[in-house]
Design a binder for this molecule. Structure first.
Ligand SMILES: Nc1nc2c(ncn2[C@@H]2O[C@H](COP(=O)(O)OP(=O)(O)OP(=O)(O)O)[C@@H](O)[C@H]2O)c(=O)[nH]1
Ligand SMILES: [Mg+2]
Length: 314
């Protein structure tokens, strides 16, 4: 396996006019960044929920065609941080937009631009001076009044703007074709069959977190972290043992539910999706634990995959 993918990686097997580069997908929480990346790739690599601040760390979606390779960086929605976890999310998002070849700013056209969008415009002007900005005016499938999106477009000087529905796939093809044309000439960095930089262990933790977020309300979705205790590919099935962390006893009560009903529901949903994505039977054990204020606990955050970039990675 390893040797084969290394061969792919280093082979000169791409045309002379091949383009490649990094596209930072940025915007406020809940505007549809992860949904768009899944739509571009034609498969789910990022979890999405109707709740803001679903994505917590940057992750790569790799879109490969014969003539180009686009490295789409999904980022946590830009917002004002209230704890160390929020600071981590913003640091990682800002790193992404600083290093990109194209910044793709996703806006939600079902509502007017907010103060937070103004803040994003400022950040972009300051941190990504020479990088083309493409606007994706998303959620055009949601019925609304006048459709000129003038206020959205007025937020920042942009290279181009596209009206899309990430959920329905409308306008996504044109958007991809245009972004590809903005990428510099460059090699194929990843094997053609690789769609993300994520390993299955992390994907499993994300699927569990998605189901837990979907089934809970208010502050609970944001207080959830998932740690994989054990991930074992057995002969006829994969065994996964995971802990769902919350910050308070009362939250634990809700996540477990009456007679364990809620944790059972989360487990069933997660197991079904894991089986679909692995294509084999899955045995899933979930436990719920309280870790007070884990969102201020950097050592714990690191353990579950939220590691601040080191200064020398600047
Ligand atoms: N109607 C409609 N809903 C959409 C569209 N794109 C995304 N959504 C919904 O918007 C919600 C948020 O989508 P996400 O993709 O998780 O948003 P995000 O920008 O990645 O959010 P964070 O990770 O929290 O920053 C989900 O419920 C999506 O189904 C769209 O084009 N139309
Ligand atoms: Mg997201």
């Amino acid at each position: 396996m390893q040797d084969e993918s290394l061969n792919d990686l280093f082979s000169e097997d791409w045309p002379e006019d091949h383009r490649s580069g990094v596209v930072a997908v940025i915007g406020r929480p809940n505007v549809g960044k992860s949904t768009l990346i899944n739509a571009i790739l034609g498969q789910k690599i990022a979890i999405t929920t109707p709740k803001p601040q679903t994505t917590r760390r940057t992750q790569l979606g790799i879109y490969t065609t014969e003539h180009a390779q686009m490295l789409l960086v999904d980022t946590p929605g830009l917002h004002k941080p209230h704890n160390r976890m929020g600071e981590y999310m913003m640091t990682t998002a800002e790193y992404a937009l600083r290093d990109a070849d194209v910044n793709l700013w996703i806006l939600d056209t079902s509502e007017s631009p907010t103060k937070a969008d103004g803040y994003i415009a400022e950040t972009l002007k300051e941190m990504a001076r020479n990088t083309p900005i493409v606007l994706a005016l998303n959620k055009i499938d949601i019925p609304k009044g006048p459709r000129d999106y003038a206020a959205h477009k007025a937020l920042i000087e942009h290279e181009s703007a596209f009206e899309i529905s990430a959920a329905k796939g409308t306008g996504v093809k044109d958007l991809i074709a245009h972004i590809t044309s903005l990428l510099p000439m460059g090699p194929r960095y990843y094997p053609i069959d690789q769609v993300s930089d994520l390993n299955m262990r992390f994907i499993a933790s994300e699927i569990i977190r998605e189901k837990a977020m979907i089934h809970t309300e208010k502050e609970i979705p944001h207080a959830i972290a998932v740690e994989i205790n054990e991930y074992k590919d057995g002969e006829d099935r994969t065994t996964i043992d995971a802990i769902i962390y919350v910050e308070r006893d009362s939250q634990k009560g809700i996540v477990v539910g009456k007679g364990g009903s809620m944790i059972k529901r989360i487990g069933t949903d997660a197991r079904h999706e894991l089986m679909d994505s692995l294509g084999r039977p899955v045995h899933l054990d979930l436990h719920v634990k309280v870790l007070k204020n884990w969102r201020t606990n950097e050592a714990f955050m690191k353990r579950v995959g939220y590691r601040f970039p080191k200064k020398d990675e600047d």
